[in-house]
Design a protein around this ligand. Structure first.
Ligand SMILES: [Zn+2]
Length: 275
């Protein structure tokens, strides 16, 4: 992908889908990238609301659970995604940031043996992580982000950081902690940030899986799954190498008795184990 006149294009020059939002301001003073979840039920529904002049809300991009991308505002113009917000001594972060919305239902409530979103849809345990938000005291369910969506977000984030010389990647829950909980604990913001910004995370070599995830023969979801896939959640792995958002790992635990398991997993589902 590449950016031409502040619009996202494929490498062959065809533009990504663009649905212009009227909810926008003047020029951005580029400093940050802000990650959000939509708390919605579909990309179409979120695009409809973020392009509705009555909603007073927008974002630069909406990324679907399959990795599809829709742009709503050119990258040099202010979108209305941050609201009242503060970061690094600045307030009103719309003026200083590009906003990415990830299609995700957000916080979920236990409902029998399933989970339920605020708009009433139900989810299985496999689509949910139970965790305590960094700004809260008690656990809740959080809708997981599929690997295809994280990969698309990672690729576009790297491109935006380089093109607009952005200083940092932050969550809406960092810049408006008393009002907002997106992208929440299902999004591994620390590892995403260090990978996007090109900062090595030297604090740990051992990580644990935060969801059941496939281990593959190469760095990408087009490579075959190895025996042992999916690795269960909570398995310890040692990171041996990196390619983009993918990590080559040596599996330290032995799910189903498999020994000497090595392969590639997506880094968005690994959490450092701090000794
Ligand atoms: Zn948000």
């Amino acid at each position: 992908m590449k950016i031409v006149r502040h619009r996202l294009h494929h490498d062959d020059g065809t533009p990504y889908p663009y649905r212009e939002s009227p909810n926008r301001g003047g020029k951005i003073d580029h400093k940050f990238l802000v990650i959000h979840y939509t708390a919605g039920s579909s990309v179409d529904g979120s695009v409809r609301s973020l392009t509705d002049s009555g909603s007073s809300a927008s974002a630069h991009l909406v990324i679907g659970r399959d990795g599809s991308i829709v742009q709503l505002v050119p990258f040099d113009r202010v979108a209305w995604h941050a609201g009242r917000s503060k970061w690094a001594g600045l307030s009103g972060l719309n003026q200083y940031s590009i906003g990415i919305e990830l299609d995700n239902a957000g916080r979920l409530k236990r409902s029998g043996n399933r989970w339920q979103s605020w708009f009433g849809r139900e989810y299985d345990d496999g689509d949910v992580v139970e965790a305590t938000h960094k700004n809260e005291q008690s656990a809740a369910g959080w809708h997981l982000y599929p690997a295809a969506q994280i990969e698309a977000a990672h690729a576009i984030s790297q491109l935006l950081v380089r093109r607009y010389k952005l200083r940092d990647v932050v969550g809406h829950d960092d810049i408006a902690p008393y009002r907002k909980s997106d992208p929440g604990p299902a999004f591994q913001l620390d590892s995403f940030r260090s990978s996007v910004m090109g900062r090595g995370d030297e604090s740990a070599d051992v990580y644990e899986t935060t969801a059941a995830l496939n281990i593959r023969s190469g760095a990408g979801s087009d490579h075959g799954k190895l025996e042992g896939s999916p690795l269960p959640r909570g398995i310890r792995v040692e990171v041996m190498g990196t390619h983009g958002s993918w990590r080559f790992v040596n599996v330290l635990d032995h799910p189903e008795g498999l020994m000497d398991l090595e392969g590639w997993v997506h880094g968005g589902y690994l959490r450092p184990i701090v000794a």
